[in-house]
Design a protein around this ligand. Structure first.
Ligand SMILES: NC(=O)c1ccc[n+]([C@@H]2O[C@H](COP(=O)([O-])OP(=O)(O)OC[C@H]3O[C@@H](n4cnc5c(N)ncnc54)[C@H](OP(=O)(O)O)[C@@H]3O)[C@@H](O)[C@H]2O)c1
Length: 336
């Protein structure tokens, strides 16, 4: 089959479009004929091998253990492993191809990919393969970190980085829960977040939400560009803070450890700071989360805005476009 191949960590420009053997599904996995695969910042991290710690977390120490990048696909089930119960050949599905939460190549940028049954869900017929492929990783991060219990009806939620992959889902989930949502992002992207239901928008190039004197019940923060001391000013006394973390394609964050030291610091501090509690350290229950996401997609409560699609052979150009920050909406690879 045709696939994008990564021989070593480094530059996007070194990715090759090549012929490789078709993968075989494990007993608990499905083989998917890929119709679309999406890009997100973690794909860039594994291609470049930055932060370096990801190489010790399963991606491969000296070179990538799995050569085909990408983790999110939508397509048609071509075969199933012996232990698979919920899917059969011909099913239209979306899937996260890596097990649990792993920072490694997942084989998505190819004509065929395998995914563990736990990471697969039936694609609603009302959405396209391109839209469906944009959901798994970003949708799982958003829903896992923004469960209903955190957002009582009528609460005030601020989403920082609201137009990105994760933020766009967080905005829509908060609206589904009945929150009043303030969305913060670049001015080019504020129409997008309004179209997703945000009640108010703030332009991060002009407005610093931590300095306006306003307070929110929950701050869902993707870029993490403020210290917790600054964030606290914008939290009401019982408010909560969720940091997702984004190192701006290597421009922020530690080159060896990325955002991990900051995450660990906040986790330790949560013992004495209730605002930081509520996150789950347990692995995400993917079947349950994916089922919620696909139901919300089917009812039109969760939408994907696409910016551009690229053919499989042009995946390096698509990754360069993603890292340019120019995309307004998701960047998706289409596989013939
Ligand atoms: N915590 C977890 O469970 C977990 C798990 C896996 C992955 N992750 C991380 O989650 C992140 C996923 O991000 P994503 O897909 O949403 O990225 P994305 O699509 O790049 O979105 C980030 C958004 O934040 C905006 N932004 C940048 N600087 C900002 C600022 N100062 N103020 C407000 N907004 C700003 C960006 O706009 P511009 O670019 O136009 O400035 C962009 O719209 C990745 O970095 C990944 O490593 C977290």
């Amino acid at each position: 089959m045709k696939a994008i191949v990564q021989d070593h960590y480094g530059s996007i420009n070194d990715l090759r479009f090549a012929e490789v053997p078709r993968p075989k599904p494990a007993d608990d996995a499905v083989l998917i004929k890929v119709r679309a695969a999406s890009l997100h910042p973690d794909v860039w991290h594994v291609v470049t091998g930055r932060p370096a710690v990801l190489r010790l977390m399963g991606a491969g120490v000296a070179r990538p253990k799995h050569q085909v990048p990408g983790t999110d696909v939508a397509g048609v089930v071509a075969a199933v492993g012996r232990a698979v119960l919920r899917f059969q050949p011909g099913d239209e599905v979306l899937a996260e191809t890596v097990r649990g939460v792993q920072w490694r190549n997942g084989g998505a940028f190819a004509e065929f990919a395998t995914a563990p049954e736990d990471g697969v869900a039936l694609k609603p017929t009302s959405v396209t393969f391109e839209e469906a492929a944009a959901v798994p990783t970003a949708g799982l991060i958003a829903l896992n970190n923004l469960p209903l219990r955190r957002v009582p009806r009528g609460s005030r939620v601020l989403v920082n980085g609201a137009a990105g992959g994760v933020g766009a889902f967080a905005v829509q989930l908060a609206k589904v829960y009945g929150a009043e949502v303030t969305a913060v992002d670049h001015p080019r992207k504020l129409d997008l977040v309004r179209s997703l239901g945000a009640d108010r928008t703030l332009d991060y190039t002009r407005d610093d939400f931590t300095r306006g004197g306003e307070q929110w019940d929950l701050i869902f923060d993707v870029p993490g560009n403020h210290s917790f001391r600054e964030i606290r000013r914008a939290l009401n006394p019982h408010g909560g803070y969720v940091l997702i973390g984004h190192d701006a394609f290597g421009a922020a964050g530690h080159s060896w450890l990325g955002s991990i030291p900051r995450m660990l610091g906040l986790m330790a501090r949560s013992a004495v700071t209730p605002a930081l509690r509520g996150g789950s350290l347990a692995p995400p229950d993917k079947p349950r989360l994916l089922s919620t996401l696909t139901q919300l997609m089917d009812t039109g409560q969760l939408r994907v805005v696409l910016d551009r699609t690229f053919p499989l052979a042009q995946t390096p150009a698509a990754l360069r476009y993603l890292t340019s920050g120019r995309a307004v909406g998701r960047v998706v690879i289409v596989v013939d």
